[in-house]
Every structure is written in structure tokens, then in C-alpha cells.
Ligand binder design. Structure first.
Ligand SMILES: Nc1ncnc2c1ncn2[C@@H]1O[C@H](COP(=O)(O)OP(=O)(O)OP(=O)(O)O)[C@@H](O)[C@H]1O
Length: 291
């Protein structure tokens, strides 16, 4: 696996996976290894992408982080606690520290936006009404949906539903937000705006974001680091913005680099172009003959 020089996790990992393993029994009786002895550190405050082909084990790995899937072997340490050793009750409490959002939003259809966001706080049973009220308003403001507090999911667009889901996931003030293909059901404009909101939230409250996606444009816009999975193993991880020292190991890694370099080049050209430059100046004239 290749690692970039900035890997030397300057910040302590908020998530540490140690040789986690997860297998499933298939209907045929065969055992399928979805995640194979995988180790990974994710530093606090990171926006971290998990990518790979369909079936590579991305969602399983994400679900191992909050123990929605229990590993067959290995340790899952979040916020300094090994989740695999906790009692059911301790795990329930610790999960307050790990929010999660899904592709299909998973909102309660018969509950208002307020009640959806308040739900995890109410079932936890340790918050006063005033505290819940203030927390819900604060989270809806973070996602830009304050004015929808009294509406119902059916009255919202897909992007707005996902924002409610984010507010709900943040209600318990978790250190970690897990996102499983959060923009797959959204059009490209809504996706862009939602990704901006996630970046904004990361900057404002420092929550560590781990996102599974098959869209490289999501990685390009949102992620600062990325890990590439193949057949349940971690084959490469790097800082997205960092120019590679050597060619990336995987085709996906090379595609991400190409996207990032193209964006940088476009930005440079836009900054250098005189206002009256022809729109389609030949590449050679602009010094990018080998672009
Ligand atoms: N509960 C399960 N029972 C049996 N097999 C499973 C189960 N969950 C996942 N798998 C298998 O494990 C493999 C990895 O699944 P996973 O959903 O983690 O992959 P993925 O990389 O997220 O793929 P995709 O992008 O298609 O969602 C797949 O082959 C899947 O069929």
C-alpha cells in the first residue's frame, strides 16, 4: 500500500481499525470474505473517502466502524474505546458519538422535521425538553433548514431530506459522521450543494467525516484523504490534493489525480486568461500542449 509523506497522522486517530475481518455465509454455503484483515487510522477532523468497485467492501467497512456489522476478528477503536469489548448498553451510549446517514435518508415519515431530529435525543432519555429544543434548532441551522422545522418529510425535496438526516445524525454532537452513498439519490446540483454543506459542517464543528461513494466527483469536491479498497483489502490511501511522488497504484487513484490536476489547471488558466482572450485558444498557445 502506498502512503504519502503527510500520512504521519499529525492528529491522533479518532478511528482506528486493527486487522478487522468480516465474512458472510452465502446461500450456497460458501464463506465470502467482505473485509480482510484491514487496518486503517482516520485522524480527527478528517474528511475521508472510502472508494472502490462495487462489492469491494466499502459499506461493510463503514458499518464496522459503528458496529452495525460486528467484526469476526480485529478491533474497532473510536474515540479511544474499543467497541468490540463493550456491553450492549455501553455500545448504545458510545454510538451517540457516531452519527450515520444513508443513501435513502431513512426519515420517520409520520414525524415532523423537529421530531425526526429530536428522535435520537429523546430515546437516549438524558436531555431536558429545553435542551432538545435548542439542540434541534442548532442542528437545523447548521444544515440550512431552520424554516422547515414544522414540515413533514413528504413536503421536502431529496436534498432537504438528506439535510434533515444530517441534522439528526449530528443531534447528539458526535465526533464522527459516517455517510453511506449520501448523494446517490440526488441530482448533480443538489449533490454539489449538499457536499458544500458537509464541508462547511466539518469546518465549523470539526466532526470527522467518513464517506463511502462510487462518485469520483464527490471525492474530488469533498474529501481530503481517500482509501481505495479492492476485494476487501486496503490497497492505497493518499491526500487528494497532494501531488503523487510516484504514479498511483490503482486505476481509481490515477483517475482521482487526473481530476484534481485538471481542476488545478483550469483554475490557473482562468486566473491567467486576459479578459478578451478567445474562449477556445489553442492549448499550445497557452503552454499546455501536453495537457
Ligand atoms: N449481509 C450480507 N450477507 C451476505 N453477503 C453480504 C452481506 N453484506 C454484504 N455482502 C457481500 O459482501 C460484499 C461487499 O459488500 P459491500 O456492500 O460492503 O460492498 P461495496 O463496496 O459497498 O459495494 P457497492 O458499491 O456495490 O455497495 C458484496 O459482495 C456483498 O454481496
Amino acid at each position: 500500500m502506498s502512503n504519502s509523506p503527510t500520512d504521519a497522522a499529525l492528529k491522533p486517530p479518532v478511528i482506528r481499525l486493527e486487522a478487522v475481518q468480516k465474512s458472510f455465509a452465502l446461500p450456497s454455503g460458501e464463506i465470502f470474505d467482505a473485509v480482510r484483515a484491514l487496518s486503517l487510522d482516520i485522524p480527527e477532523g478528517e474528511i475521508f473517502g472510502l472508494i472502490g468497485k462495487s462489492g469491494a467492501g466499502k459499506s461493510t467497512l463503514l458499518r464496522l466502524i459503528n458496529l452495525l456489522e460486528r467484526p469476526d476478528a480485529g478491533r474497532v477503536i473510536v474515540g479511544g474505546r474499543d467497541l468490540t469489548t463493550l456491553t450492549r448498553r455501553e455500545l448504545r451510549d458510545t454510538r451517540q458519538n457516531i452519527g450515520m446517514i444513508f443513501q435513502q435518508f431513512n426519515l420517520l415519515q409520520n414525524a415532523s422535521v423537529f421530531d425526526n431530529v429530536a428522535f435520537p435525543l429523546k430515546i437516549h432519555g438524558r436531555h431536558s425538553r429545553a435542551e432538545i429544543d435548542a439542540r434541534v434548532r442548532e442542528c437545523l441551522e447548521l444544515v440550512g433548514l431552520s424554516e422547515k422545522i414544522d414540515t413533514y418529510p413528504a413536503q421536502l425535496s431529496g436534498g432537504q431530506k438528506q439535510r434533515v438526516a444530517i441534522a439528526r445524525a449530528l443531534a447528539s454532537r458526535p465526533q464522527v459522521l459516517l455517510c453511506d452513498e449520501p448523494t446517490s439519490a440526488l441530482d448533480s446540483e443538489t449533490t454539489r450543494s449538499l457536499l458544500e454543506t458537509l464541508r462547511d459542517i466539518n469546518a465549523k464543528i470539526g466532526v470527522t467525516i467518513v464517506i463511502v461513494t462510487h462518485e469520483l466527483s464527490v471525492v474530488e469536491v469533498l474529501c481530503r484523504r481517500v482509501a481505495i479498497l479492492e476485494k476487501g483489502q486496503l490497497v492505497e490511501q493518499f491526500a487528494v490534493e497532494e501531488a503523487p511522488q510516484a504514479e498511483r497504484v490503482t486505476a481509481l487513484g490515477r483517475e482521482i489525480d487526473a481530476l484534481v490536476r485538471r481542476r488545478e489547471r483550469d483554475a490557473r488558466e482562468a486566473a491567467n486568461a486576459p479578459l478578451n482572450a478567445p474562449l477556445f485558444a489553442p492549448a499550445v498557445a497557452r503552454g499546455i500542449a501536453h495537457a
